[in-house]
Design a protein around this ligand. Structure first.
Ligand code: ADP
Ligand code: MG
Length: 306
């Protein structure tokens, strides 16, 4: 189990994290979410032992994770970290980069392992391509495969799909997170994309104003967003009579006491996002059909858990 106890961290003058405590069971997947600048990357660096906390302690099983002040070589064998800026060897091939830290004592096993990892990150056709010739997204996938090569016990991922296009993202996420679950690898992922979190994380923590403001399952936090910040992570929402109501919870009906005027409809694929004015405030509604501007509509709030 990973245990984070009362961590506090300040960059020279900028206070970033305060009173951070949480735990992650072996094999569990945890997401760290929060706005840009909320300290997600800093927290991952602390977990990796790349930074020294001002206060608090971090343990993986029985070993304490120590920063550079106490540890000459940053990092631990049981843990791999894929940073936002990944450093690969540009002049050698994809396969060689992935196998970089694999032992040469068992060449056949090494090749089998590389082949398996190329499949996980869908780079088999690029096996012999030099890394410098790859796109940003392809490089990110090589970095992921390299981190997995020696089967770490814990994998720390900082916005792992940020450079990967939408054509590849969905299948890559499925491949990667399913692979980690089958290998029982504990995974901690910093993300600002709900698609990384909702289907794959066992738990998520929300960072805001230096602190953890929520720590629960994605399902619970989606169904009970206690602040607009949490709701905004999941999608378009409104605050109506002091309650958070997602755009998909508003239904257009024949008549009700919530009367709004349509301002604009946006095509979103399987629905339209209708922007409307309700008593002077802008609200958003998910609706199957396009609605013309200036139309008056009546709204009904569907309950959250139905
Ligand atoms: P996130 O990953 O959530 O976007 P970061 O952990 O990168 O957030 O940054 C948290 C805060 O720490 C930000 O205010 C950022 O400007 C600051 N920060 C990040 N790295 C450094 C650094 N090396 N030196 C000083 N301040 C930093
Ligand atoms: Mg970051």
């Amino acid at each position: 189990m990973l245990q984070v106890k009362n961590i506090e961290f300040t960059y020279k003058k900028t206070s970033v994290l305060k009173d951070i405590s949480f735990s992650v069971e072996a094999g569990e997947h945890l997401s760290i979410i929060g706005e840009s600048g909320s300290g997600k990357s800093t927290l991952l660096k602390l977990l990796y032992g790349e930074l020294d906390a001002n206060k608090g302690q971090i343990f993986w099983k029985n070993s304490e994770i120590l920063g550079p002040k106490y540890n000459l070589v940053v990092g631990y064998d049981f843990m791999k970290y894929v940073a936002q800026e990944f450093d690969l060897m540009p002049f050698i091939s994809v396969a060689e980069n992935i196998g970089k830290h694999l032992s040469n004592f068992f060449p056949e096993e090494k090749q089998t392992r590389i082949k398996e990892l190329l499949e996980v990150v869908e780079l088999t056709p690029f096996s012999n391509t030099k890394v410098k010739l790859l796109s940003g997204g392809q490089k990110q996938r090589v970095a992921l495969a390299r981190a997995l090569a020696n089967e770490p016990e814990i994998l720390l991922l900082d916005e792992p799909f940020s450079h990967i296009d939408n054509f590849k993202k969905q299948s890559l996420r499925r491949n990667l997170f399913n692979y980690l679950k089958t290998k029982n690898i504990t995974c901690i992922v910093a993300s600002h994309d709900k698609e990384d979190v909702l289907p794959y994380s066992d738990k998520m923590i929300v960072l805001h104003n230096h602190k953890i403001v929520a720590n629960n399952t994605p399902e619970y936090l989606f169904n009970h967003p206690k602040t607009p910040l949490i709701a905004s992570f999941f999608g378009d929402f409104n605050v109506i009579n002091g309650k958070i109501v997602y755009a998909h919870q508003l239904q257009i009906v024949e008549d009700s006491n919530l009367k709004a005027t349509v301002k604009k409809s946006y095509f979103k694929g399987h629905y339209y996002l209708v922007e409307a004015n309700l008593n002077g405030a802008t609200i958003f509604i998910e609706n199957k059909m396009f609605i013309e501007n200036n139309r008056e509509i009546y709204l009904f709030i569907k309950s959250q858990l139905s």
